[in-house]
Design a protein around this ligand. Sequence first.
Ligand code: NAD
Ligand code: MG
Length: 393
Amino acid sequence: MTGITILGSTGSIGLSTLDVMSRHRDLFEPVALTANTNVEELLRQCLEWRPKYAVMADPDSASRLRDGLRREAPGIRIMSGPEGLQEVAGCAETDYVMAAIVGAAGLLPTLAAARAGKRVLLANKEALVMSGRLFMDAVKQNGARLLPIDSEHNAIFQCLPPDFDGSMERAGVTRIMLTASGGPFRTRRLQELRDVTAAEACAHPNWDMGRKISVDSATMMNKGLEVIEACWLFDAGADNVEVVIHPESIVHSLVEYSDGSVLAQLGNPDMRTPIAHAMAWPRRIEAGVKKLSLFDISKLNFEKPDPDRFPCLGLAREALTEGGTATTILNAANEVAVGEFLGSGIRFTEIAEVVKRTLDGVSVQPAGTLEQILNADQRARDHAREQCRRLQP
Ligand code: NAD
Ligand code: MG
């Protein structure tokens, strides 16, 4: 039996993970389930799965969960706050950690999993974008195994040779092609983008995801974060990672080799495929995903991203080139701006504006220590909030 901690078990990725686990109750058991404030869903999951631990980041929610479980499942240990999350990410009973918290809040527990040498199933790309080198070093130094859940990176992982040792050159890889759906506004008239609503931005054509990543997909900041993620995961240079818009989301990404071969991973857009892949790796297990019918799809399309429509992609590349804490600042500014947009504080097109102003206004420093990273995150959030205030009518 493999013990799994799911950080963010009530979210879109968390629910898909539990769905895959429910098909293999003989292989996997949940050690810890965690959430921020969704007491009802975590309560339901605890009653179904009886984990050893349940953690709620929010202390009030934790005490409500405690009340709910007192009678029916008194054996479950309930914890709260960031310390609780870090404890269950690194605890001895846990073999694998699904890192599926959204945003910077996931950094410390995901890092705790890496430091404890766990198999880390990484969905929380923001953690890696924030901490890059520090995170990859923690993985290496503690013998952790990092497997990507992001569908594009999972696809790339599958297209790399099984003995890939971290060097693209030795593996003969010349280019990584990251596919992107283009989101809900790929063909929307440019002048209309400033008036689009949060509901429209969250209505992704192919994927059913949390609200933050849905907005990131609409601005294509998601792809910018993924370019950065790919560079860290596969030790690739930014110039070797190309973004290709592919509206059908069937080809999840591609790897080009020096002999001209291009390998791709295809499948219906369903996160249970990369989740099951990373959970069972190097084996394969059933994931409940509808089989791909090429006859039904018939045509696949590919196009270049338009920099005027998707300025966030360029901003992410600039931050990546700058290095140090620039990507930490980018991520923090984006989280603040997306939160403001979802709360109707700023317009859709102002997300990129806030990120740009924050990158311009906050000084970049080396990202050698956790302290430097958390400090950059905080400074960027303060700056971005101020920019949002100024933009408000
Ligand atoms: P979601 O909003 O549906 O779920 C987020 C989860 O994190 C919830 O369980 C929530 O309780 C928890 N959480 C939120 N804030 C927290 C905090 N402050 N402290 C502790 N827990 C907190 O998000 P999602 O769509 O499942 O995405 C999760 C991560 O996976 C993101 O980093 C996203 O970029 C990445 N990802 C998601 C998908 C997808 O298809 N949904 C695909 C690729 C990558
Ligand atoms: Mg992705």
